[in-house]
Design a protein around this ligand. Structure first.
Ligand code: FAD
Length: 441
């Protein structure tokens, strides 16, 4: 079954020249193009498939500060403020609301971890409430269970994954940028040591600045340029149920299953952290860097099959710029969901929330979540190739922080005062140590 996604008409001719070319119309690339266009920068946004069709429409839609790594928290906070103003700026609704996120648990260690994070977060101005057993059970009444404790983060929210990125792309065009679907960027031209163009399947665009926001495809693209970007993906599966279940929280996390209301009144169901690792040549290449992350998460992940190898996003092959590339062979990375995970998710969700027993399954899908070794995005200019800015590896958190990331990248490109300190995100940190430090929260 297909992931639900709004389609938009783009179709303008490829420009011969642009101030900036952004590769990849996921949440990161599209918001980068949006904030550049708003500053009057001539920007072209290239997408090999359809706007938003990979990770950015396959996720839960959570836009959260809650439990964020300290390095990512400022971007999460600023992103929420940007989400707030998008509908008015663009004139179309991305389906964002600050509904608050509810976390429930009966595990003392988990509750203690949330409490530690809360102490840190309140110190930097984030509103988050620890819930005692009585309050957690009251807020979680739809479960019909007693809970030991929980968290409620009232200023966090969710956005509509079917609409958010297409709406942002409409915003790009509204403010003068161009968007090109079905147009893969095959590689870069470099002259006198600096980016001078982007070679696409439809021709070359002259430009001095390129943003690579290709999600799970970023490392294989970098590899063509001799840039080593440690990146790896896992396959995560989701189940959507039809509208009709009443009285459920908008967004609820438990260790067993998480539940998120969609814009149409149905719910998305998933198991946090549950994923398959489908081996690829790239994973083998970067296995040492990802060792600590795998060691930390092994309880939730299971070995998968060969579908990622076949899809080609983590190939180590070198390709030519005058022939079709793996990006043209796979317009939309659309992995097969894990049937066992889906069945387990559904069972757990119906156990947790009896109201879900009354509604049928509407769709199932999966997405490859691309990560860096430390679980924090890689954003910054690659020093060896001036004009080439990498923005990938959003590690399962990129949807919520997409607006802030796009704004920050636009700041870097235009030399404006950065929205947040960009230094913690720079990809050079992966060169310094072969072993990434995994985020603790
Ligand atoms: C199941 C699941 C649940 C998640 N839940 C959440 C959540 O609740 N909250 C949250 O914040 N995040 C969540 N995430 C993570 C989030 O979805 C990602 O971090 C985010 O969408 C990444 O955005 P992106 O723009 O970097 O990549 P993508 O959305 O993958 O976009 C990259 C785009 O680049 C295009 N592309 C690649 N190479 C080229 C090329 N050479 N030329 C042209 N186009 C190219 C691709 O076709 C693709 O459309 C989840 C992810 C999944 C899969």
């Amino acid at each position: 079954m297909r992931v639900p996604l709004m389609t938009i008409q783009t179709g303008s001719a490829l420009p011969a020249e642009a101030d900036v070319v952004v590769i990849g119309a996921g949440v990161v690339g599209t918001f980068t193009a949006y904030y550049l266009a708003r500053r009057g920068v001539r920007v072209a946004l290239l997408e090999k498939g359809a706007v938003g069709a990979e990770q950015s429409s396959r996720n839960w839609g959570w836009c959260r500060q809650q439990n964020r790594d300290a390095r990512e928290l400022p971007l999460a906070t600023r992103s929420l403020a940007l989400w707030d103003s998008l509908a008015a700026e663009i004139g179309e609704d991305p389906g964002f609301s600050r509904c608050g996120l509810l976390y429930l648990s009966n595990d003392d260690a988990e509750i203690a971890g949330w409490a530690r994070w809360g102490t840190f977060a309140r110190g930097v101005g984030v509103t988050t409430f620890m819930l005692d057993g009585e309050e957690a059970s009251r807020r979680g009444a739809a479960t019909g269970k007693r809970w030991k404790g929980g968290v409620f983060s009232p200023t966090d929210g969710i956005a509509d994954t079917r609409r958010a990125v297409p709406v942002a792309a409409l915003g790009v065009m509204k403010y003068g940028g161009t968007v090109h679907q079905g147009c893969a960027a095959r590689g870069l031209e470099v002259s006198a040591g600096r980016v001078s163009g982007v070679v696409t399947e439809a021709g070359t665009i002259r430009t001095r600045t390129v943003v690579m926001a290709g999600g799970a495809w970023a490392s294989s693209f970098c590899n063509q340029l001799g840039v080593r970007f440690p990146q790896s993906s896992v396959r995560s599966s989701i189940l959507a149920v039809a509208p009709g279940a009443q009285g459920l929280p908008d967004a609820l996390h438990t260790s067993q299953v998480s539940v998120t209301r969609r814009g149409d009144g149905g719910y998305n169901l998933a198991i946090s952290g549950g994923a398959r690792v489908d081996p690829t040549p790239q994973q083998i290449r970067f296995i040492r860097q990802f060792g600590p992350m795998l060691a930390k998460r092994w309880r939730n992940i299971a070995p998968g099959g060969l579908q990622a190898w076949k899809a080609g996003h983590e190939t180590l092959a070198r390709w030519r710029l005058d022939e079709p590339t793996p990006m043209e062979a796979c317009r939309v990375l659309d992995p097969v969901p894990d049937a066992r995970q889906i069945a387990l998710t559904h069972r757990r969700a119906m156990d947790l929330l009896p109201a879900l027993r009354t509604v049928p399954v509407a769709a199932t899908w999966a997405g490859y979540i691309d990560s860096t070794p430390d679980g924090v995005p890689a954003i910054g200019e690659i020093e060896d190739i001036p004009g080439f800015i990498l923005a990938a590896g959003f590690s399962g958190h990129g949807f919520g922080i997409g607006p802030g990331a796009g704004h920050l990248i636009a700041d870097i490109v235009t030399g404006a005062e950065p929205l947040v300190d960009p230094r913690p995100y720079h990809p050079r940190r992966f060169a310094a140590s072969a072993w990434g430090k995994v985020a603790e929260f």
